[in-house]
Design a protein around this ligand. Structure first.
Ligand code: ADP
Length: 530
């Protein structure tokens, strides 16, 4: 009921000043603001002036012929300069209090409903000048402006209360109210109770505290970091935590918390159940993990098959130093068996054995690295060196297919940040693809160019260019997708894996040219200082 609204104390204080001033300016004992409270009329504010018989909060019954009653009924100003001489007024109840003159105006609520009156009374005859009437009217306008504001605010308040109530009742989100000092939950909606597995009876009888329902590992942060912020700023940024359910299990939630008003003793908490989201997150993590394991396993298989293709040429490469070892060993034995033994020649033969054996063993360990399924390292890699090693591993294959290799490796390249073996794996795939593509070219040169260059933006660019037939256009768009292959024995995983290796290094891999004279693949890798 808007017409039953309480006038707030600070407004009453202001109105008190107004009536005090009125009494003083008009030199009368009483200036009053009266409020209709059927069946009575109440003295809402009474001037603090000498000889004023009216006290605030006094009430008198209506229907007794009071001056103010008439003003309220007629909604018109009333001026009674001398009640004693006025037959209409000489019996009115205020005369008993000695008030024989009166000037009053009606005060209305914004919707026109009567609020009460503002009036001045005197113990003597008083004609109240026109200026005084205007002054009284101005004061009345001020009071009505205050009532206007009061009603608007109460409307907004009622609306926001209704909105909160709708939210509480809607049961979509858990809500509870709690005492900031004692942490006791004083009210909670069904959604919250359901979330934590309690019922209304628990809430009434147990004095449930949210602190007791919070697992100790979360409570520490709540008490140490959040509560002081809430007390200081009145609200908290949304955060995640857990509650104990009544059965002792835990429920993950997202919380929003606010205090009702500045210094308010109660807080309101909005609680969203995250159980499903957490499950979905865990599932996503698990499938991501599984995907990575599938990819790793595939990368391994791919590596092993690529290396399988290389075996022939690698064993050819190995044959050379191992054969040389054998030759030098027999030569060395011969020099030692000579009479007299030629120790200098024998020493030279053993030195050559030493060098060739080391070369063979280096080659073996590179091959083992490439076979291994080792986790990603991030260290400084000299990309040119890594390229040279791969080129030397593929030499047999390259020679066998009549391919000429050109290396245009930029000098003084900064080391790139990455895993040498993985980068070599990517290079190996690109080079083997290029060699394989060119092996179908019958006329024209078979040229493989590997180029490195420093990019301005702390990256190194590696380009692998061939003079093969290029990628069939219908495949170009899906080249990096798994199982895209044009080869009868291909897996179609090579480029997918190359790209994921390069991306894991923070770089990109693209097919940047694809024409009749060949395909150009290019990748970037950030440098160590990037
Ligand atoms: P796979 O070699 O097992 O087919 P990749 O993912 O390495 O798998 O390559 C996918 C396809 O891309 C190949 O089948 C081939 O059609 C094409 N391709 C890759 N590199 C080249 C290249 N240098 N020239 C022409 N086509 C290429």
């Amino acid at each position: 009921m808007p017409h039953a609204l309480e006038v707030p104390p600070q407004t009453v204080d202001k109105w008190q000043d107004i009536v005090n001033l009125l009494a003083e300016i008009m030199s009368v004992p009483s200036a009053l603001i009266m409020r209709a409270k059927a069946p009575n009329i109440e003295v809402l504010v009474s001037s603090h002036s000498a000889g004023n018989p009216y006290e605030a909060a006094e009430t008198a019954p209506l229907d007794t012929g009071l001056y103010c009653e008439t003003v309220m009924e007629t909604r018109q100003p009333l001026l009674v300069p001398d009640a004693i001489a006025d037959v209409d007024w000489n019996a009115n109840p205020d005369i008993k209090l000695g008030m024989i003159s009166y000037m009053g105006l009606p005060i209305s609520w914004p919707d026109g409903e009567v609020f009460g009156t503002i009036c001045v009374l005197d113990r003597k005859k008083n004609a109240y000048s026109d200026q005084f009437l205007r002054l009284l009217a101005m004061c009345r306008d001020i009071l009505q402006a205050d009532l206007n504001m009061l009603m608007a605010l109460s409307g907004q308040l009622a609306e926001s209360q209704a909105r909160i109530r709708r939210l509480v009742d809607s049961d979509i989100i858990g809500i509870f109210l709690w005492e900031v000092e004692t942490q006791v939950i004083v009210e909670a909606n069904d959604a919250f109770l359901r979330l934590v597995g309690y019922d209304r009876e628990d809430l009434r009888s147990r004095g449930m505290r949210w602190t007791a329902m919070t697992p100790p590992d979360w409570l520490e942060v709540d008490l140490r970091d959040r509560l002081p912020v809430l007390k200081r700023s009145g609200h908290l940024q949304p955060f995640e935590k857990e509650y104990f359910r009544k059965d002792g299990s835990r429920v993950p939630v997202m919380m929003g918390v606010a205090r009702f008003e500045d210094g308010g003793k109660q807080g309101v908490a909005f609680v969203l159940d995250l159980t499903e989201r957490k499950l979905a997150e865990a599932e996503a993590r698990e499938s991501e993990r599984r995907y990575r394991e599938t990819q790793n396993a595939l990368a391994h298989v791919n590596r092993v098959t690529t290396m399988g293709q290389l075996t022939a040429s690698i064993s050819h490469e190995l044959k050379q130093p191992i054969g040389a070892c054998a030759m030098n060993a027999s030569a060395g034995l011969r020099w030692l068996g000579a009479v007299p033994p030629n120790l200098e020649e024998a020493r030279l033969a053993f030195e050559r054995i030493n060098k060739d054996a080391r070369q063979a063993s280096d080659m073996m360990s590179h091959i083992r690295d490439l076979f291994k399924n080792a986790p990603l390292q991030k260290e400084g890699v000299q990309i040119n060196e890594a390229i040279r090693e791969v080129i030397s591993l593929t030499r047999g294959e390259v020679v066998q297919h009549g391919v000429a290799v050109q290396m245009q490796l930029a000098e003084d390249l900064p080391p790139v940040k990455g895993d040498r073996v993985q980068l070599q794996q990517a290079l190996l795939n690109l080079i083997m693809n290029a060699v394989e593509a060119m092996s179908t070219v019958e006329d024209g040169p078979r040229e493989l160019t590997v180029r490195t260059a420093a990019d301005a933006d702390h990256t190194v660019v590696v380009t692998v260019r061939d003079s093969g037939p290029g990628v069939p256009p219908e495949h170009a768009a899906r080249l990096f997708e798994p199982f895209c292959t044009t080869k009868s024995s291909g897996m179609g995983m090579g480029l997918t894996i190359c790209r994921s290796i390069i991306q894991a290094h923070g770089g990109t891999l693209e097919l940047c040219e694809n024409e009749a004279r060949g395909a150009v693949f290019q990748f970037t890798v950030p440098t160590l200082d990037a």
